[in-house]
Ligand binder design. Structure first.
Ligand code: GTP
Ligand code: SPV
Ligand code: MN
Length: 597
């Protein structure tokens, strides 16, 4: 329990307003966790997996309307529309609160209100932030216990007057006496609201029980609210993995990488290098908070404690460390359930056992042409179970970042790797990130969309100001030579027949080697219009000789395609009007000039 008056008062008010039948303060204990899982198993919401195959793990199927983030239903409620920017849906804070208050009234009838105190970042770290989430979903509680540091220890740390981000959540599905509960209760799509009040640092989420919509520490707090705080306070809150790389000489560097949702962060963060002597260790797979350390370098922490990863096409071939991370104490959502009580998905590495139940709870018919597992099906696994988790992954001071990568799914145009000329050019590269859209959000139009810094769905304010903030970070560096070097990678280039030109996964170490050596300037580069590219012979293809001929295409910079790219960039920049920083405009003009040469 708590001695925090403001917190108890806040909980009491919401419990009353939502007419929750009871209030439970989560202590984070394993007994509490087990009780919730037992209750969900008994009610039919969840299934306990076969103990001998997947110890202490559970299976869930969501409602078909509740399978991913809902960008259309996500709102940034800054005082003015301009502060939210063209990258966000804006709503007036007072009006949004009034609408949602109406929905929240009585929304927890027949349900328990759980109070989840959580820390994003190691408990007590000066980079960490505390949140308290209220929810009527026991599924959310057990997921938050894996994804964050959650429970009584956080209340103890808060004391009587500690600061916390209030995170209000309801699935929006009150239960009348005698009414049979749905397997996955939630509100219809048009009644889902994921709202952020950036100025007052509050999150109000209604109607969804899934992932980033409902586990409010993740995208809502650690990215949307945190990005706003970071701008005010001079640090960075980014959609980035953090990894350590050790070369065969034993030299270690940390890098961070921003790719849009479902574009390979989890995979890169824990890859098993295809080249002997190299080692990769994982600090985080989705979010990085970065601040300058006393030595003037940028240090990053992973605010999360677990992985909420894409299941389909994760296998012992493609990502063994993810497979091993989820071998026990894990939660699976929207994958297939096999007759012997384990999980299955497309690309898991073996055939689907006959009689497997699909994510829609039907015996799966492979001839139906439909996937067994939803494309955005996910596993929730404790980060400490990752076999290559880094020794410093919970270091409250963070790890020093030597390089930052941007990337996305680009079947053409963008080469395998190129380096920015300097910090501002790197910020420009971040600002032009584009990717083919994936299943991580509902209702997006297929094709390439601009997703600057992989933050389009997660930036809690006007993206033009965010670009400016990145420029300011570069200016604030005490020693510019200590700033991370910036690169742009693309594992997803395809040939004329739509086949990958690059093997990806563990072979990505071959590109990381070049990046690693560029940080020390022990390898050269060719200066091209778009940036610094590797010489073909500097990408090690020993062991993948059949791919070597593809390097010509992989490293090709086609002027025609880049001129078309510039048109798409211009179109995106136009949305920001005068707010686009002069430094970014200058970088864009310089690129066009180099392309014309
Ligand atoms: P979020 O959790 O949504 O932020 O996604 P993420 O960026 O962590 O993506 P993840 O690593 O889960 O990868 C998503 C999909 O891309 C999976 O189906 C992977 O198998 C596939 N993928 C990842 N890396 C590569 C790669 O190097 N090459 C190819 N071809 N596919 C990849
Ligand atoms: C993403 O979409 O980038 C994710 C999954 O990491 S979710 O938590 O649902 O946002
Ligand atoms: Mn993500």
């Amino acid at each position: 329990m708590t001695k925090h008056k403001k917190l108890s008062e806040w909980v009491r008010e919401w419990a009353e307003w939502c007419q929750a039948s009871q209030v439970h303060w989560c202590d984070g204990s394993s007994e509490e966790n087990q009780r919730l899982l037992d209750e969900m198993t008994a009610s039919g919401m969840g299934v306990r997996l076969n103990e001998s195959k997947r110890p202490n793990s559970y299976y869930f199927q969501s409602d078909p309307s509740d399978v991913a983030r809902v960008e259309d239903r996500t709102f940034i409620c800054t005082p003015t529309k301009e502060d939210a920017g063209p990258n966000n849906n804006w709503a007036d804070p007072a009006e949004m609160k009034e609408t949602l208050r109406g929905f929240y009234r009585g929304c927890m009838q027949g349900r328990t209100l759980y109070v989840i105190p959580f820390s994003m970042g190691p408990l007590g770290s000066n980079i960490a932030h505390i949140g308290v989430q209220l929810t009527d979903s026991p599924y959310v509680v057990v997921n938050m216990r894996i994804m964050t540091r959650m429970g009584q220890a956080v209340l103890d740390l808060l004391g009587e007057d500690g600061e916390f981000v209030p995170c209000m959540h309801s699935i929006g599905s009150p239960l009348q006496p005698g009414q049979k509960d749905a397997r996955w209760p939630c509100a219809p799509i048009e009644k889902k609201y994921i709202s952020h009040f950036s100025e007052t640092r509050e999150i109000w989420s209604y109607g969804s029980g899934y992932g980033g919509n409902a586990l409010l520490g993740k995208k809502c707090l650690a990215l949307r609210i945190a990005s706003y705080m970071a701008k005010e306070q001079g640090w960075l809150a980014e959609h980035m993995l953090i990894m350590g790389i050790t070369n065969p000489e034993g030299k270690k560097k940390y890098i961070a990488a921003a790719f849009p949702s479902a574009c390979g962060k989890t995979n890169l963060a824990m890859l098993i290098p295809a080249m002997p002597g190299w080692k990769v260790e994982t600090v985080g797979d989705d979010i990085a908070w970065m601040k300058f350390g006393p030595d003037g370098r940028l240090y990053a922490i992973n605010p999360e404690a677990g992985f909420f990863g894409v299941a389909p096409f994760t296998s012992m071939e493609t990502n063994p460390n993810a497979m091993l991370s989820m071998k026990e104490n894990s939660i699976f959502t929207n994958v297939g359930l096999t007759p012997d009580g384990d999980v299955w998905w497309e690309g898991i590495g073996h055939d689907m056992p006959a009689g497997t139940i699909n994510w829609k709870n039907q015996v799966h018919d492979p001839a139906s042409g439909q996937p067994c597992s939803h494309a955005n099906a996910r596993f929730t696994a404790p980060a400490r179970q990752c076999p290559v988790i880094d020794v410093d992954w919970e270091n409250p001071a963070g790890v020093p970042i030597s390089a930052m990568l941007f990337g996305g799914r680009r079947p053409s145009t963008v080469p395998l790797v190129h380096q920015a000329f300097d910090w501002n050019h790197g910020v420009f590269l971040g600002s032009i990130v584009g990717s083919e859209v994936t299943a991580a959000a509902i209702g997006l139009k297929a094709g390439v969309r601009r997703d600057p810094f992989a933050m389009l769905p997660f930036c809690g304010y006007n993206m033009a100001d965010y670009f400016g903030h990145w420029i300011r970070i570069g200016e604030a560096a005490r020693d510019k030579s200590q700033l991370p070097k910036i690169f742009y990678v693309n594992w997803f280039r395809k040939d004329e027949n739509g086949k990958w030109l690059w093997p990806g996964y563990g072979d990505n170490i071959r590109v990381l080697e070049w990046i690693f050596n560029r940080c020390d300037e022990t390898v050269g580069a060719d200066s091209k219009a778009i940036g610094l590219l590797p010489k073909k012979e500097d990408i090690n293809t020993t062991g993948i000789e059949s791919v070597a001929p593809n390097l010509d295409q992989l490293l090709d910079v086609n002027k025609e395609l880049w001129l078309a790219e510039c048109e798409s960039i211009a179109e995106n920049y136009a949305k920001f009007g005068d707010r686009l920083p002069a430094e970014i405009k200058a970088q864009f003009e310089a690129l066009k000039k180099r392309l014309a040469e």
